[in-house]
Design a protein around this ligand. Structure first.
Ligand SMILES: *Cc1c(COP(=O)(O)O)cnc(C)c1O
Length: 393
């Protein structure tokens, strides 16, 4: 039985998949069952930071799997302890809790913010403020944090204690904080799922100042923007910010499931023994993968990501039917001319051997961080043909 037929038989149909079954990958290319190659501008949604099956990453992961695959958190392991140290060093924050996904990392941040506030101010100061068009995950609580009506339809009752304000609107934030009851502001520096919307520096600086003034924790969701994606190790490092918690997942493990909440000094001891846990959290194989990723992301690598990101944006600006381009580093969105559906463009590109993502009505580009400028141009050339064809049709 072919893979697609087999999948339809007994897999819950929660995904609108492209009609392609991938069987192997190498660098920035993946191959389907028929041996057709695809140039990858998706990284498995920002996950495969080093591309497909990087040699050093494979060696680190295989060696760890062969040595010790899981211990539970009843015991210490070196890969997790070293990863926590590296993340603290690179972020300037203080301590790490490991989970398995972005949603879980955000759940941990939310629990921490609520306990921080309750410890100091008692009950009823539990609201987490998020921004319109945000995306923070698919658990019931992180859906509450996700301020997009399309996600709030089927699963009532949602977790209470969430509210949202428009992005880049300091007056709205100020007014909401003045009403009281808020324990944290949670935001993405570049909204990924929400459509590649950037927060501006002036807004971020003022938001941080307001948070300090009200002793409201600043939580930055770096699940998509973190681990070099925007050309800094963490997107907040493009600005003069010191968040209280950042959350990580997608690109961290280079293809293995791992999430992390990284705490700053103010809340590093908020969660104590028994307050939180995760069976798989800090799994040594996943941590070995993450350590292999972080070992490669030095200053020169990050400078290359910034340079390649600018090259990608410039190339996209020259395409027919592209109205606007936004993004940071290798996290880029392209808005298309009226009447052109991003999903149809992504499907046409797939047929021509280019894997693309969408976000809302935009095309989204999250290529592996190791992509070369030549490979970027190769992908953009395929997209140019697709967009030119649509124009003629
Ligand atoms: C993908 C994403 C999440 C959710 O991550 P999962 O690993 O799917 O739970 C949360 N926040 C942001 C910003 C994301 O992009």
């Amino acid at each position: 039985m072919d893979i697609q037929t087999l999948e339809h038989a007994h897999t819950a149909q929660t995904y609108a998949r492209f009609p392609t079954a991938l069987v192997r990958g190498e660098g920035v290319y993946a191959w389907d069952e028929q041996g057709k190659p695809y140039l990858d501008f998706t990284s498995g949604i920002g996950v495969n930071s080093l591309g497909w099956c990087d040699a050093q990453w494979c060696a680190a992961v295989s060696a760890q799997a062969a040595q010790l695959q899981h211990t539970s958190n009843l015991y210490y392991t070196r890969p997790a302890a070293e990863l926590a140290q590296t993340l603290a060093e690179k972020s300037g924050l203080s301590a790490v809790f490991f989970g398995n996904s972005g949603a879980e990392a955000n759940e941990c941040a939310i629990k921490t913010a609520r306990k921080y506030s309750r410890d100091r101010y008692g009950a009823h100061r539990h609201t987490i403020l998020t921004l319109d068009q945000s995306f923070h995950g698919r658990t019931v609580t992180t859906l509450s944090a996700t301020a997009q009506a399309q996600y709030h339809q089927h699963f009532f009752p949602f977790t209470e204690g969430f509210d949202s304000v428009p992005a880049n609107d300091i007056a709205a934030l100020q007014a909401r904080l003045a009403q009281g009851g808020v324990c944290a502001l949670m935001l993405e520096i570049v909204q990924g799922e929400g459509g590649l919307n950037l927060l501006d520096g002036a807004y971020l600086a003022e938001a941080q100042r307001l948070c300090r003034e009200h002793d409201v924790l600043l939580l930055i969701d770096e699940v998509q923007t973190g681990i070099g994606r925007t050309g800094q190790m963490f997107a907040f490092q493009h600005f003069d910010l010191s968040p209280d918690i950042i959350t990580l997942a997608k690109g961290l493990g280079g293809g293995l499931p791992i999430g992390a909440a990284v705490f700053g000094a103010r809340c590093r001891d908020t969660l104590g023994r028994g307050d939180h846990g995760s069976t798989f959290g800090g799994n040594p194989v996943c941590c070995a993968g993450a350590n292999a990723v972080l070992a490669r992301l030095d200053a020169a690598f990050l400078a290359e990501v910034r340079r390649k990101g600018e090259a990608l944006q410039a190339a996209l600006r020259g395409l027919p039917n592209v109205r606007a381009v936004s993004g940071l580093g290798l996290m880029v969105g392209a808005e298309l001319a009226d009447g052109i559906a991003a999903g149809e463009v992504a499907e046409a590109a797939r047929q021509r051997g280019l894997l693309l993502l969408t976000a809302k009505h935009k095309l989204r580009f999250l290529p592996p961080l190791i992509i070369s400028e030549q490979e970027i141009n190769e992908g953009v050339a395929i997209l140019r043909e697709v967009l030119a064809d649509l124009h003629r049709a």
